[in-house]
Design a protein around this ligand. Structure first.
Ligand code: NAX
Length: 329
């Protein structure tokens, strides 16, 4: 048997955690021969619900699940962690400004970044899901400076999947026929789903969907607002699709991306496309299968895409400025 891989998950008693945990424990994410040690992290008020989640995981009797640690102590939760999935955060409440949300969650990610730095395994990888995920990731990364910046990611895969599904439906093709769909920028209502470089059956999207006005208008809006549409329909925010996207993000980082395709994840900019170095921004990326990703170069965004991307990068810079006091030099 291989040594157990330590996977830490914050917000483990939440909705996304509930969908995510059985899939990790069953071997779907890290492989059918990879034992898993789960470290489930919650804040005190979530600990009782977390005990229930642990009981259910035990009742699944997963052959690959070596151990479960349920804790509100970050040093215990990130002890020896190989993969830290930072899902928990405080949701935006009525009347709360974006700046307030950034400040409240920012404090959480300072502590989590520091605890990861103190406790994680040498090969740790971190995926931030909790919103605002790009800036939360920036804060955690900035507070864990001994961990290389290429280990930190924020999730935009759900936006990629939403965009693919919307294009497939409009074009009357299967989701798998849509490839090379990159999300550029922030995971927020400014994100840019790049329909100009996406392909359907290997051909430009415009061949299947000639209505440029729909692509520039309703399509982009529907991807940007999909989270709100799910809340309106379900009364709860996206959870199953978010958990699935987190799983696909990890799987993609651990596999070689086919040379002709790419996937979206937000990662520390290396200065590509004029984005400030270190800003956690979503790009088209490929992985070599080693748990890292590199930004695909020379994608031509076109005039429309450049404007949209710039708007989202500007928002990321504004968010960064709002949390400047949480970012050590
Ligand atoms: P829930 O409110 O169901 O669960 C969140 C859990 O996090 C709660 O159990 C809470 O007690 C816990 N928590 C809060 N602060 C914590 C802390 N400091 N340490 C540990 N646990 C903490 O939310 P859920 O639906 O699971 O969503 C989780 C996060 O994912 C939210 O921030 C949400 O906005 C974000 N999302 C991000 C998406 C993305 O694409 N990046 C999409 C889905 C989702 O909206």
């Amino acid at each position: 048997m291989k040594k157990a891989l330590v996977v830490s998950i914050t917000g483990a008693a939440g909705q996304i955690g509930y969908s995510l945990l059985p899939r990790i424990a069953s071997g779907q994410v890290f492989g059918a021969d990879q034992p898993i040690a789960l470290r489930l992290i919650e804040i005190e008020p979530g600990m009782k619900a977390l005990q229930g989640v642990v009981m259910e995981l035990n009742d699944c009797a997963f052959p690959l699940l070596d151990s479960i640690e349920a804790t509100s102590d970050l040093d215990v939760g990130f002890d020896g962690t190989n993969w830290a999935l930072l899902v928990g955060s405080v949701p935006r409440k009525a009347g709360m400004e974006r700046k307030d949300l950034l400040g409240i969650n920012g404090q959480i990610f300072v502590g989590q970044g520091q605890a990861i730095e103190r406790n994680a395994a040498d090969d740790v990888r971190v995926l931030v899901v909790g919103n605002p995920c790009n800036t939360n990731c920036l804060i955690a990364m900035s507070n864990a400076q001994s961990i290389p910046s290429d280990r930190w990611f924020a999730m935009t895969r759900l936006d990629e999947n939403r965009a693919k599904s919307a294009l497939a439906e409009k074009a009357g093709v299967h989701n798998r026929d849509v490839t090379n769909l990159a999300i550029w920028g922030n995971h927020s209502s400014t994100l840019y789903p790049d329909f100009e470089n996406a392909l359907i059956k290997g051909e430009p999207v415009s061949k299947f969907i000639p209505e440029r006005a729909w692509l520039e208008g309703d399509f982009i809006k529907s991807v940007q607002q999909r989270g709100a549409a799910i809340i309106a329909a379900r009364g709860l925010s996206s959870a199953k699709s978010a958990a699935h996207a987190a799983i696909e993000t990890v799987q993609t980082l651990r596999a070689v991306t086919p040379a002709e395709d790419w996937h979206s994840v937000a990662l520390a900019s290396d200065g590509s496309y004029g984005v400030e170095k270190g800003l956690i921004c979503s790009f088209p990326t490929r992985s070599k299968g080693d748990g890292s990703a590199s930004i695909v170069q020379s994608v031509d965004l076109g005039d429309f895409g450049k404007v949209k991307f710039q708007q989202s990068v500007t928002e990321l810079l504004e968010e960064k400025a709002m949390v400047a006091d949480l970012l050590p030099e």
